[in-house]
Design a protein around this ligand. Structure first.
Ligand SMILES: O=C(O)C(=O)C[C@H](O)[C@H](O)CO
Ligand SMILES: [Mg+2]
Length: 395
C-alpha cells in the first residue's frame, strides 16, 4: 500500500505534565492510498518547531513509498539525509513515521506488532516509575512520595536526587543527594529497585564521587552519569566504579548503540524508539544488546503512543530489565488519547492485543488538543527536569 499523506500534529493542553518537555506531544498520522491510518510519535524536548518541520521534510521521502517496506524506506532516508544521525530532528521524524508504518502493517494484517516480531515472551511488562517526585526537594518530600509509589505496587522507581547541580558537585551537593537517596532506601526497603538519574550532566570526577557516595544504597543503575558525548569520562567512570551504567535515550542509530554496547560502556541499554529509528531500528538494537549480555530498559518519557509501542517491543525482548513508565504521572489527556488502555497494575502493564501499536487512538481528542508548534519557554529549570526539584534544601 502506498503512503499518501503524512501529517505532524502538536498536542498540548493547559494541564501540564511532570516535566516541561513532557507537557507537549508531537504525533504523526500516516495515511495510505486506500485509507489505512497509522500513528507514531516524535520527541518534542526544546525543539517543537524544528521537529515539526523535520517531519514535513522527511515525509517527502516517504510519500508514494510502500508502507510495508520499512527497512527499504529507512535506508532510503539514511542515504538521502546525509546528516542523518547527527540530526536529532531528522531521526525522531523518521522514527515517528516508522512507528506509524508498523501500526498500519499490524492493522492490515490484524496483528499487534509483537506478533509481527515473533510473539511475546511475557504477557505483562514490569515497569519502573518516573515523574513521581514532582516538587520534591527535602529528603522527607522524597520519602513520602516514594512510599506512595510503592504502595501502588511499583517495585522500582527512578529519580534525580541532585537538585540544581550541573557539571560538578561539591560536598554540600553530595550530602544533599545522599540524604535524599538514604531516606528513599529506608522508605521503600530492600526489595524495591532504586534507579539514579543523573540526566547526563556531570563531569567524570563528580560522577565518580557520586558513585562512591551512593553505592552503599545499592542503586539498580546509574543513568547517564556523565555528559552524553563524554566517552573519555564514561571510560574513567567505568574504571572507578562497579555500579551498573544505564544510557541510551539520546542514541540516534543502531551503530551508536552498537558502539556503547560493544565497547562495554553500558550495562542496561535504554533505547528510545521515538529517537533511534522506530521499530525497524529498535528491533535490531534489542538483539545487539542481547548478544552482548546487556539488558534493555526502553526510555519512555514522552507520550502514550511511545508508551504503547514500547510495551509491544518490551513484550518480545528476552533480556528486558524494566520499562520506564510515566503513565501514572502523565497529564490525563495523554491517557485519554489511548482510551487509557495501558494502565499500570501492581508494577506491571498488560500487553494490549489490538492490531498495530496495540491501542486505539481517540481521534476526537486530537482535534481538541491540536496546537500550533511554538517555542517552549526557558524557565529557571531546564525542560527535562521533573518540575519543582531543581533546588537545594541546604543541610
Ligand atoms: O526519563 C528519563 O530518563 C529522562 O531523562 C527524561 C526526564 O527524566 C523526564 O522527562 C523528566 O524530566
Ligand atoms: Mg534519563
Amino acid at each position: 500500500m502506498k503512503i499518501r499523506e503524512i501529517e505532524p500534529i502538536v498536542l498540548t493542553s493547559k494541564e501540564k505534565g511532570s516535566a516541561t518537555w513532557a507537557s507537549t506531544m508531537i504525533i504523526v498520522r500516516v495515511i495510505t492510498e486506500n485509507g489505512a491510518v497509522g500513528y507514531g510519535e516524535a520527541v518534542p524536548t526544546l525543539r517543537v518547531i524544528s521537529v515539526y518541520n523535520a517531519i514535513k521534510q522527511v515525509a517527502k521521502g516517504y510519500i508514494g513509498k510502500e508502507v510495508e517496506e520499512v527497512e527499504k524506506n529507512y535506508h532510503e532516508w539514511y542515504k538521502q539525509d546525509f546528516y542523518l544521525a547527527r540530526s536529532f530532528e531528522s531521526t525522531t521524524a523518521v522514527s515517528a513515521i516508522d512507528i506509524a508504518s508498523w501500526d498500519i502493517i499490524g492493522k492490515e494484517l490484524g496483528a499487534p506488532i509483537y506478533r509481527l516480531l515473533g510473539g511475546k515472551v511475557r504477557d505483562r511488562i514490569p515497569v519502573y516509575a518516573n515523574g513521581w517526585y514532582q516538587d520534591c526537594v527535602t529528603p522527607e518530600d522524597f520519602a513520602e512520595k516514594a512510599k506512595e509509589v510503592v504502595k501502588t505496587g511499583y517495585k522500582a522507581l527512578k529519580f534525580d536526587p541532585f537538585g540544581p547541580y550541573y557539571d560538578w558537585i561539591d560536598e554540600r551537593g553530595l550530602r544533599e543527594a545522599e540524604e535524599r537517596v538514604r531516606v528513599v532506601r529506608e522508605a521503600v526497603g530492600n526489595n524495591v529497585d532504586i534507579l539514579i538519574e543523573h540526566h547526563g550532566r556531570f563531569n567524570a570526577n563528580s560522577a565518580i564521587m557520586i558513585a562512591k557516595r551512593l553505592e552503599k544504597y545499592n542503586p539498580g543503575f546509574m543513568e547517564e552519569p556523565v555528559h552524553h558525548e563524554d566517552i573519555i569520562g564514561l571510560r574513567k567512570y567505568r574504571a572507578n566504579t562497579h555500579l551498573r551504567v544505564a544510557l541510551g535515550e539520546r542514541l540516534l542509530s543502531e551503530k551508536e548503540a552498537a558502539f556503547y554496547v560493544e565497547e562495554g560502556l553500558v550495562n542496561i541499554l535504554q533505547p528510545d524508539l521515538t529517537n533511534i529509528g522506530g521499530v525497524t531500528v529498535g528491533k535490531s538494537v534489542i538483539k545487539i544488546a542481547e548478544a552482548n549480555d546487556v539488558e534493555v530498559a526502553f526510555h519512555n518519557a514522552f507520550g502514550s503512543i511511545q508508551n504503547a509501542v514500547e510495551i509491544q517491543l518490551s513484550a518480545v525482548t528476552q533480556n528486558l530489565y524494566l520499562l520506564e513508565n510515566f503513565y501514572d504521572w502523565f497529564p490525563q489527556w495523554k491517557r485519554d488519547l489511548v482510551y487509557n488502555e495501558t494502565p499500570v497494575e501492581g508494577g506491571h502493564v498488560k500487553v494490549p492485543d489490538k492490531p498495530g501499536i496495540g491501542v486505539s487512538i481517540n481521534e476526537k481528542i486530537i482535534e481538541q488538543l491540536r496546537a500550533e508548534p511554538i517555542p517552549l519557554d526557558i524557565i529557571e529549570e531546564p525542560v527535562w527536569v521533573v518540575k519543582g526539584t531543581w533546588k537545594n534544601y541546604g543541610v
